[in-house]
Design a protein. Structure first.
Length: 301
């Protein structure tokens, strides 16, 4: 039985990855999960300099998921190269570095410093606010998304995955824009913008007022967007959004995802990614599926 998938020339032992920002860089979860069992670990976002993140409170539980306004807090690329990459290299799993920035220069600085590092791919978070453009996210306008993709593609020696925001009118248009600019793959969806108000305190639950909604509440939206993107581009699509179990993951793959990322579920169950790996195999045995690639895009019209 084959559970391997190939994305941009990189072969993964199985299609289960961890979503950026929900798994640290693997070390804190390694006491619960054998990282060797995972297809890959996608690290927390890393910038060219340390980011403090947003003021607290910055996480709130909501129906069907959570809101977060962490603000991509991270120690910066220097610490990351010295501490996190060596840790992950101990394991037989693919390493994907999530890159964030506030300007094109910020992204390119990180990308170039990762060129000689022993990692497999980069995932570019273009939901960051572009300070040069008044705060609009790079991923909210096709021309901006294409521009940053093109610049990163010129500089990176690693395959690049462009992580797309769902806070757009037409996700297929965004996927086509980054594909044309040189993306090797796309991942989607990032969080949806949401808000929660404490009615007794008459205050926002998050200091930032708004935050990113993740969890099972967004799963049907994510499946729809993955389906639309997968039918718009030739490059591989990686599905993210409210995947809580193997059935959710398989659903995402049948919509067209070549691999999936497990995010918010990690907070509820630290072993969930490994559980999903096992349960996908059990599904394949039960359904008589010899090759996992048979289910990618297998949904019937």
């Amino acid at each position: 039985m084959n559970t391997k998938v190939t994305i941009a020339g990189i072969t993964f032992k199985n299609p289960v990855l961890t979503a950026s920002g929900t798994f640290g860089s693997g070390e804190e979860y390694s006491q619960f999960v054998d990282l060797n069992r995972l297809g890959g670990v996608i690290t927390k976002g890393v910038a060219n300099v340390p980011w403090e993140g947003n003021p607290t409170p910055r996480v709130a539980e909501v129906y069907g998921g959570m809101l977060n306004a962490i603000g991509l807090q991270n120690p910066g690329i220097d610490v990351f190269i010295q501490r996190d990459i060596p840790f992950l290299k101990q394991f037989d799993t693919r390493i994907i570095i999530n890159v964030c920035g506030r300007s094109v220069y910020d992204y390119l600085d990180v990308v170039e410093r990762l060129n000689d590092q022993p990692v497999n791919m980069l995932e570019i978070n273009i939901s960051c606010p572009n300070v040069k453009q008044g705060g609009i996210a790079f991923g909210q306008a096709p021309n901006m998304a294409a521009h940053i993709t093109q610049e990163i593609r010129k500089k990176s020696t690693h395959p690049i995955i462009m992580k797309l925001s769902p806070n757009v009118t037409n996700i297929a248009e965004m996927a086509k824009a980054v594909e044309a600019a040189g993306a090797d793959a796309v991942s989607l969806i990032n969080t949806l913008t949401g808000m929660k108000i404490d009615v007794k305190k008459r205050k926002f639950a998050l200091a930032n007022k708004t935050g990113g909604l993740s969890g099972p509440a967004i799963h049907p939206i994510a499946v729809r967007m993955v389906y639309e993107a997968a039918h718009a581009v030739e490059i591989p699509v990686i599905g993210i959004g409210g995947i809580m179990n193997a059935e959710d993951a398989i659903e995402m793959m049948m919509a067209g995802a070549a691999a999936v990322e497990i995010g918010t579920a990690n907070f509820a169950n630290p072993t969930v990614a490994a559980d999903i790996v096992n349960d996908i195999s059990q599904f394949m045995i039960a359904e008589g599926i010899q090759d996992i690639n048979e289910i990618i895009g297998a949904v019937h019209e």
